[in-house]
Design a protein around this ligand. Structure first.
Ligand SMILES: [Zn+2]
Length: 107
């Protein structure tokens, strides 16, 4: 797998064509971000509680092309938690992005 900056933090919003899928039942914001350079698709799950400081946190995993059409706000959380690796970041983790491996838990 060739390396692209979409696989190496920090991640820049401007490197992606992002499609918002909407919130899920846990108040997570789900979006799909296609890398402008390698066309890989990343699934993002963002949790923010504006009234709680340092609560912002996100998870991010690669979505195989064949599975992109199966991703919905309702399936996103389980999909991420089933992946072997991904990234987390946000003020809650005091990180702009760090690699994690299974088991992945969204909380
Ligand atoms: Zn890329």
């Amino acid at each position: 797998m060739s390396s692209c900056h979409c696989q190496q933090p920090p991640f820049r919003f401007t490197d992606y064509d992002t499609r918002e899928l909407g919130p899920d039942q846990h108040w997570g914001d789900v979006s799909l971000a296609t890398c402008n350079h390698c066309q890989r698709v990343w699934l993002h799950y963002l949790i923010e509680a504006p009234h709680i400081s340092r609560s912002g946190r996100w998870w991010r995993v690669l979505v195989p092309a064949a599975q992109i059409s199966t991703i919905t706000p309702q399936t996103a959380r389980d999909f991420i938690q089933q992946q072997p690796a991904g990234f987390v970041g946000g003020s809650y983790f005091e990180s702009c992005g760090m690699r994690i491996t299974a088991p992945i838990h969204i909380y």
